[in-house]
Design a protein around this ligand. Structure first.
Ligand code: KIV
Length: 282
């Protein structure tokens, strides 16, 4: 293992020392290279791939083979970050043996260090089996996009005292089952803070306030690539939709008006060689 590679003990140390843990998604070689170079602790190859890269309406459409294809590209681009592959819908829900086998493929065939899966107590057998196979498992509670239809859409979860208590019980249960970390998505900030304090494993929040041990955002969203997606929790750290559109239009204009390519972007043979070439045409 590379000496500066982020490890699970490094991540736990950050929680113990009160240092925020950084996580971002990436889906390809150039994106992973940039996230790694920026010093982000953890790269998640999220099943959000389905929506932000492949253009599906929900995350449930992405397949194991598509996830593995993108994980391989990410693992070629990142040397330092801890790498997490997101288990797609139906790769772990239907059968425990399938869950272990599919989790193993992320490690063995795609260079990931851990896998993430969604759900609470109902996932205990899968979490235990994957963890017993020696594979670190990251849990995911709150808004779990693979069950967004059942949850009534992409909305804040655990708003009532009762539902918050159920979420807390699920968090304890999956920690006990062997989860190494926990993603909390779209839950009230006080609840995420409380859970982060009670659990020994690190929590990583998205739309879960500042009390989590770390934060995660989707690469394309935080870079402002999609100006149609602006949920309350999202901060955009760049305006790539506008910047990229401006560049693409400028390219089109310059090709159309002859501004590009100019001599400085062109290759030339010597006048003598070109004259000789023309002589060959007579
Ligand atoms: O798929 C994904 O990108 C995720 C993050 C939003 C946590 O699960």
């Amino acid at each position: 293992m590379q000496s500066n590679k982020v490890s699970i003990p490094d991540i736990f140390k950050k929680k113990a020392n009160g240092q925020p843990i950084t996580m971002l998604t990436a889906y390809d070689f150039p994106g992973a290279k940039l996230v790694d170079e920026a010093g982000i602790d953890i790269i998640l190859v999220g099943d959000s791939l389905a929506m932000v890269v492949l253009g599906h309406k929900s995350t449930v459409m992405v397949t194991m083979d598509e996830m593995l294809h993108h994980c391989r590209a990410v693992s070629r681009g990142a040397n330092r970050a801890f790498l997490v592959g997101d288990m797609p819908f139906l790769s772990y829900q239907a059968d425990i043996n399938d869950a272990v086998y599919n989790a193993g493929r992320f490690i063995k065939e795609a260079g990931m260090d851990a896998v993430k899966l969604e759900g609470g107590k109902e996932r205990i057998p899968a979490i235990q089996a994957i963890s017993d196979a020696g594979i670190p498992v990251i849990g995911h509670l709150g808004l779990t996009p693979q069950s967004a239809t059942k949850l009534g859409g992409y909305r804040l979860q655990a708003k009532s005292a009762e539902s918050a208590n159920i979420l807390l019980e699920n968090a304890f249960a999956i920690e006990e089952a062997g989860c190494t970390m926990l993603v909390l998505e779209m839950v009230p900030a006080q609840l995420a803070d409380f859970i982060s304090d009670k659990l020994s494993i690190p929590t990583i929040g998205i739309g879960a306030g500042a009390g989590c041990n770390g934060q995660v955002l989707v690469y394309h969203d935080m870079l402002g690539m999609n100006n149609e997606f602006q949920p309350k929790f999202l901060k955009t750290f760049a305006s790539q939709h506008q910047d990229t559109l401006t560049a693409l239009k400028k390219y089109r204009e310059e090709v159309e008006n002859g501004g590009y390519p100019s001599p400085e972007h062109s290759f030339f043979m010597t006048d003598k060689e070109f004259a000789a070439f023309l002589a060959l045409q007579k």
